[in-house]
Ligand binder design. Sequence first.
Ligand code: NIG
Ligand code: FE
Length: 408
Amino acid sequence: MLNRVFYNATVATCDAGIESYGLINNGAVATENGVISWCGANNKLPEKFKKLAALDCAGGLLTPSFIDCHTHIVHGGHRATEFEQRLQGASYAEISAAGGGIVSTMTATRAASVDSLVATALPRVDSLLAEGVSVIEIKSGYGLDIDTELNMLRAARKIQTLRPIIVRTSFLGAHALPTDYNGTKDSYVDDVCIVALEQARAENLVDAVDGFCESIAFTPDQIERVFIKAQALGLPVKLHAEQLTLSGGAALAARYGALSADHLEYLDESGVIAMAESGTVAVLLPGAFYTLHETQHPPVDFLRKHAVPIAIATDCNPGSSPLTSLLLTMNMACTLFKLTPEEALMGVTRHAALALGLTDRGTLAPGMTADISLWNVEHPSELCYRIGFNPLSERFQPNQPQPDQAYE
Ligand code: NIG
Ligand code: FE
């Protein structure tokens, strides 16, 4: 277990109540048995921690390790040809209506075994790991039949056994209507989606339940039926909402106490207020906005005005966001959505933890899990500022033994 003092660091605690970034200059962090015991100024380090192994951070930056709280990183195939079509003017909705989009990934995903879903996801996972990511949320939603939805979740769970990363799974059976399904969206929700959810729950494959509430996907009424089942199974909910149109998804999600509502480009102020009242996190996904050449911006000013916590995530998926860098996501959130670099950092730490219902991660504070990243930068804004540059020096995990020289 990690028992160590980190000193001579700039510490971005990302903790509430401390000024900008929760920043401590010339700071130190003490960890014992994989848990943070103390954070503060170097020169205030209590005597009892000075006997622990110590690391001189040489002025580098410490942050909580990152959390990517919205991904579809497990999937079969790719959709690079749709990238070409979009560059020639076709829209996401047009490609989807013509049998491309989510349904084309469904075909590739159904053809893949659990092992090959894992094998193709791992290089993408490794790309995130290399940037100090400690937790990834992974959704199902490309199987769209009972067996393949379960296989996607089994693959997601398996990734956690193969890499030093925590995986949180979300069941996304209500993602699209499969073209080969012989029935209506209503019957799909009742006979496939809800049945798959029950089975996934019985196999302990699900941590949360998601849906795609959109004109090209499912209505609020259909999503609500999935949410009622989630509630009965004791699972928290989240929702892809207001991505392409204002459909009322965020308000529905708020009524069910959702952990998060995600995308949100078309969200209005009343939806923001509903989210504020339910404590629902707004997960913004600049990779999808960028890839789809969207022009409608999420209502960042309303989110700020009503103090809705903002998280950001890669939305890593083969169609609308083939993005496997949280650092680039942070840069995009600042450049495209005008988030401040501080908001972007909170968005991949404290608020991303909230979006997954994780209470032991996301800040550097006493009692939190000691999953800490050391960056070779002087100031946290540098994490957002450079493009295509990874300054991670090292990630320290709670279960990592590493004796070295003592503080004194
Ligand atoms: O989060 N919006 C819906 N689902 C995914 C896109 C999935 C796809 O195009 O394959 C998203 O952007
Ligand atoms: Fe998504």
